[in-house]
Design a protein around this ligand. Sequence first.
Ligand SMILES: [Zn+2]
Length: 426
Amino acid sequence: MNSKPARNFKLMLLSFYFLAIGFSLNAQNTVIKAGHLFNSRTGEFVSNQMIIVKDGKILETGTNLKYSSSDKVIDLSKSWVMPGLIDCHVHITANYPYRNVSFNHSYTTESSALRALQGAFVAKQLLEGGFTTIKEIGNDANYATADVIKAIKKGWAQGPDIIYAGKIIAPYGGQTSGINIENEHLWQFEYIDADNPDEIKKAVRKNIYYGADVIKLVTGDNGIYNEDDIKAAVDEAKKSGIKVTVHALGGEAARNVIMGGAAAIEHGFYLDDELMRLMKEKGTFLVGTDFSFDNWYSYGMDSSQAKSLERVIVDRLKRAYKIGTKMAFGTDIIIDIPGLNRLQTNLKVLQTWKAAAIPSSYILQTMTIYAAELLGADKKIGVLEPSYLADIIAVDKNPLENIDAVKDVRFVMKKGQIIKQPGSNL
Ligand SMILES: [Zn+2]
């Protein structure tokens, strides 16, 4: 072993080793000077902080941190800096005509390819608006979002990290009604029929095969899943380490979701206090998709219907907050309001949160740390602390004074990469 070639080889290895150390010492970190930094654990901003970013992650946060003169410094000393935002209920590949929704028409006229292109367009818009993670919750044609995710991974498209549900699993008929027998199964463009625990388990496995990392069920539209049905989905998903979330409005359907062990109820517009207390007890999240008047109106309702539905949501939000049901932010927009893009239409829901007088600090927590907890990603995102991903955004005004400040995100960093910064024309 001590022959000359072996010694030379060892020397060569050693020199590579020191070369590598030299490179890592000289590697450029990014230093962000944050005038106000959001602590999503406490819901408060802390002044005059610094964040050091290395290899896409946060290395250090604090005051007066030492850094190298070769590091890249980003001055956000006049800004409010926060973790990247998270939307737990989006449909990036769906866009229906204003006040003229026809799901069946879109199934027959829009291919999955077209829907994927729309998804890539919206994904970029959401990322540039500060949403660095989204939960894409179905109604995405024939797994169109799976291709959007692949395109983002290949670098062909830019978008948030996407937690993906695949096709929605529902009792026979999906969320359609009135389809004639000649067009039976038309809905399978977007839904998987599953009417007992075995069918549900098979549907879960199919979604996982095509890329799902969360499972979405619908109950209460064409029949109600019982507790065992929900449990079958939860157990099957658990084998792959993923969670189940369920569209349910209230009543028995919602009770079965909670008792069956699902991670969240989507919508829950008609949840009574007793069910929301049960959710609190079981740790079930509410993703409230809190439509404002304008969002309801875009579905084609008249003003009085839209107004009364907005009132229902405001009341449910108030009660959920008072009871202490866990909440994660979700928007659920599939129709853009004229003159507004998808990001702006999504954020119309903040109007409802404001009408319910929910504190801005709590709203920000539902968009960061609580959403991360629901997604099972709370060791990675939602908080700006060492070892977390460098998903960082900044706004010019104090969002605690008015949550609308998050509608104008000026700086976006995704895993250490700058997506948008002050002065850019995005
Ligand atoms: Zn939805």
